[in-house]
Unconditional design. Structure first.
Length: 533
């Protein structure tokens, strides 16, 4: 077997059963991977230097094809209502078939870390069939010092073979696509999909499982920090503005997607960003747009002009889930350490397309836990395949697909940390005002930024507050630079009774959704629920 590159020769592929390979390219750098991907026809150079790739039929995660091995360790610790199980013997067969399928292939191997805090990071070895996948994951995870590669021992191993086709009857899965996670053995198998995000999210899922037992809160959020060490977290589902609002040129970006909160403060899990690019513009999001013009960035499923190779970010013909992957240092104000102090401010973002929620509201720790467990936003027609009209979405912990443990474990951790560090929590609506989607208008981004600035600099703590009549949250009566009417959602509607009716419908949705958590939380959290008329 031909091998090239620096690696731990005492801990090679045979340790996990990979044998009879044509070769392994160990820890190739970005330039080597980029050039090789183009040479092999896996992608092409876009205008500006990004590597443009297509992920084939899978343009997003295959959530229904993901499984966690059900064994003596995970039986009582995994939230099985939310996660699919795979029998150990089925995994063993799948693993053996993966190893057989890899024979005769030249694989890439990347030794990387998940987690910026050395006390809590895990070593991740990724074996990859596709060259551009190696470049992608090298951007997204954290790159160890070259001097440490000769002694690198992984805590977790991922084998990603897109050409593998699973057999549902033989492997105990649903289709030819499979993502099988064996937490006890620290092995993830990914087959039948070229969507690179599966590798990234596998690491996030593992950290979400292992860190709570160490008192660390894993979070699907972005984070930034001011010059005075005033750190902030931004929770939110896709489309709520999480990446955009945390990319503030006046503050240092810690990370855009996945973080941990330990006794040491907060830390980024990743070494890069994976931002949506659909309808991306230089005017609205200059920092992210600039990364699409940088050499080495990976743009996924973005249509290029056939002659000029200029990306058309308004073209969603391949998918609405177009993406750019890039190392964190491509953002000018990014943190070099990926670490920051305990957050003084926590922002929970929601895009309320029903036009009910105020643009900003302060929450108690119990209310914050309630809304964290709820994970509410609303999707509108055209944003996602199969969505028509307005649909309420409740994704617990603002990331249900990546939560192996029961949400109450994460919710209790968050509430305790908020209380311990006296963090101020705000619910921010980036959705609609003056009516529901189709009748009202999108919340002005200028107003949202002004409200966030006031929350982050502490000036909102000193303004007069009123209690929202539906959700019991504290809402500012007046904020400099923001129309007072905007802070009173009912007054922005032409028909106040129509607002009341819509508000009670939304309250009912919250109450119904939270029913599954009521037996897992104490009375103070249950009392934080909105009030039905």
């Amino acid at each position: 077997m031909k091998q090239s590159g620096i690696h731990n020769e005492a801990f090679g592929p045979e340790k996990i059963g990979l044998t009879n390979l044509a070769g392994i390219r160990w820890n190739d750098d970005e330039k080597t991977l980029y050039n090789l991907a183009v040479e092999r026809g896996e992608g092409e150079a876009a205008a500006g230097g990004a590597l443009s790739v297509s992920t084939g039929k899978h343009t997003g995660r295959s959530a229904t094809d993901k499984y966690i091995v059900r064994d003596s360790e995970t039986e009582k610790s995994v939230w099985w209502d939310n996660n699919q199980g795979m029998d150990e013997d089925k995994f063993d067969v799948l693993y053996a078939d993966f190893l057989k399928h890899a024979e005769g292939k030249e694989l890439h191997a990347q030794d990387l870390n998940g987690g910026a805090d050395p006390e809590y990071q895990i070593g991740v070895r990724v074996y990859l069939e596709l060259t551009w996948h190696a470049l992608f994951i090298r951007h997204l995870l954290r790159r160890p010092e070259v001097s440490s590669l000769a002694s690198f021992v992984p805590d977790m191993t991922i084998i990603n073979l897109p050409s593998f086709r699973a057999d549902p009857a033989r492997h105990g899965c649903r289709s030819e696509t499979v993502i099988a996670v064996n937490l006890k053995r620290g092995i993830v198998l990914i087959g039948g999909t070229e969507y690179a995000g599966e590798t990234k999210k596998s690491v996030f899922g593992a950290l979400n499982y292992f860190l709570p037992s160490k008192g660390v809160m894993p979070m699907h959020c972005s984070a930034n920090v001011g010059d005075e060490g005033d750190a902030a977290l931004f929770f939110g589902l896709s489309g709520t503005g999480k990446t955009t609002l945390s990319s503030d040129a006046t503050r240092t970006l810690v990370g855009d997607d996945e973080h941990g909160w330990s006794d040491n403060g907060i830390f980024n899990f990743e070494g890069g960003c994976y931002a949506k690019t659909i309808r991306l513009s230089q005017e609205a999001e200059p920092e992210i747009y600039a990364t699409t013009q940088r050499w080495g960035s990976v743009i996924e499923n973005v249509v290029l002009d056939p002659v000029t190779k200029v990306p058309d970010f308004d073209d969603g013909s391949l998918t609405e889930n177009t993406r750019v992957a890039y190392p964190l240092h491509y953002i000018p104000n990014a943190s070099e350490t990926g670490m920051a102090p305990h957050p003084g401010t926590i922002i929970m973002l929601t895009a309320d397309a029903f036009g009910v929620l105020p643009p900003i509201a302060r929450m108690t720790p119990e209310q914050a836990m309630y809304h964290f467990l709820s994970g509410y936003t609303a999707k509108v027609a055209g944003t996602e395949k199969g969505v028509s009209g307005v649909q309420a979405t409740f994704s617990t912990c603002f990331g249900a697909p990546f939560m192996p443990r029961h949400p109450s474990e994460y919710g209790n951790l968050l509430r305790d940390k908020i209380a311990e560090h006296n963090s101020t929590c705000w619910l921010v609506n980036t959705g609609w005002t003056g009516g529901r989607y189709g009748e009202g208008s999108r919340m002005p981004i200028k107003a949202t930024r002004a409200l966030l600035k006031a929350a982050l600099d502490g000036s909102l703590n000193d303004v007069e507050m009123r209690i929202d009549e539906n959700f019991g949250l504290e809402v500012p009566v007046s904020v400099s630079g923001v129309d007072d009417q905007l802070l009173r959602p009912r007054d922005t509607w032409a028909d106040g009774s129509a607002y009341d009716e819509q508000a009670q419908k939304l309250v009912a949705m919250f109450i119904e959704n939270f029913g599954k958590f009521e037996s897992h939380v104490d009375a103070t959290v249950r009392d934080a629920a909105p009030t039905a008329a």
